[in-house]
Design a binder for this molecule. Sequence first.
Ligand code: HXC
Length: 517
Amino acid sequence: MSNEDPRILELRALREKTRLGGGVERIATQHAKGKLTARERLDILLDSGTFHELEPFITHQSDEMGAFSEKFAGDGVITGYGQINGRTVYTYAQDFTVYGGTLGEMQSHKICRVMDLALRNGVPIIGLIDSGGARIQEGVKSLGGYAEIFRRNAQYSGVIPQISVMLGPCAGGAAYSPALTDLIIMVRKHSFMFLTGPEVIKAVTGEIIDAESLGGTTVHTETTGTAHLATDSEEEALLLTRKILGYFPSNNIENPPYEPPEDDPLRMNEELNSIIPMDPTLPYQMHEVIETVIDQGTFIELHPTWARNAIIGLARIGGHSVGIVAQEPSEVAGVIDIDASDKMARFVRMCDCFNIPLVTFVDSPGYLPGVAQEHSGIIRHGAKVLYAYAEATVPKITVITRKAYGGAYIVMGSKYLGTDVTYAWPSAEIAVMGAEGAVNILFRKKIESSKDPSAERSRLVEEYRKQFNNPYYAARAGYVDDIIEPRETRSKIIASLAALRDKYSSAPPRKHGNIPV
Ligand code: HXC
């Protein structure tokens, strides 16, 4: 028989019970669905043995719930702090085995507590979300609880990184809180995001739809752009979260961590000197340009399957974290449409919040013309990119690889929008529009009245191309800083970043700007 202090034994027994959440049966159900428990997820997310739990004994305090009042220690969420690659983070993991991970007053209290501690200590907050949203039984207390979280999501935005990993059916507030954070990672076939689930939709509108078609990963990574990334398993999502955090500083005052590069900063990329086709109508892969220029294997593309005409992602160049923004000329010619605008603008702002320099590669014929785009608000959406670039104070380097026509030239970090260093490749075409369009507008009458309109048009197009569709006109007028060989792009960017490391930028005092949303 043990002669240990019974109070210690009681603590151990109670602590053991807290580890069971909603009980062994519900844990078995969770496993049967191929899902991990909240504790198993934290084990993968954090460095081994670094997790320290807070408030494990909290239960709901809504005793007026009567028949619905079963109390589970922890109230459906595990909260605490730990480390990722030796850096402190605060985290919360919702426990689907307790009331479907739903949020009531006390669960909200626990989540807000770790959010506040993360802010006070200037470290990231990571939410592992698996929740049916507001807990029905707690009524307005649940709604108020979400309001507390949303307020913190908004107020802490841009101060500490906030990452949401979606690991189950996430409804209502469980979808809205992540939408207010910096990054959302989903798991294919396991995570869903919707305001109301299929049952509620059927009852209200009569529409019949399953969870996957309503708010699965395909919907949110290809159509809505709500989620940034999707993985095939929970483990991959959690490991990806660890990796991504390595590109972020812990808060908006620090710089992102430097990792000594294995890749030669002076490496020349001879293959880039021949990557741009002589025929400007032929595409090439901007992805290839990016992968060649950055430290090998460091690119994490965000939103890779949404608005593919734009490319955004985190990478390292010379060991330093950078945000890459580019067009993909092999996707609808790299045109800027509404989704591409939203994708680029939010990313530029995220990088600016967290002192991540921006490296922009431009090859775009401009904003997408068309009635549908105009009527869906391309002016308002496109303005976001202008606003984001103009407002960003981080070091900004732009490389024009080929087309920079009209709005595309201005918006993609052009010199007088505030870019620090603008380089152009000899293949750059910097003009108000392409040669054909320009000739049709400027010389319509001349072409129509000529003996051979087609030959006259070709002659004028060629003349226009020679005169305007090159980088030298822009370089002579001071609109680009230098024309460089593509092969030296990597070393030029690394040198520019070093020269901009202590960049100081001031702006007129204000409460905050009024970005078009
Ligand atoms: C209380 C809930 C609950 C809820 C689920 N549960 N949702 N309990 N409040 N909102 C409980 C179930 O009773 C069950 O308890 C357990 O969680 C698991 O639920 P299941 O339905 O068995 O699981 P599953 O089939 O996987 O379906 C999960 C689900 C579905 C898709 C989340 O339960 C669902 O649609 N729930 C309602 C979602 C919703 O509309 N929420 C309110 C959103 S409004 P037992 O005891 O059996 O384990 C909101 C306000 C904020 O969040 C708005 C922001 C602006």
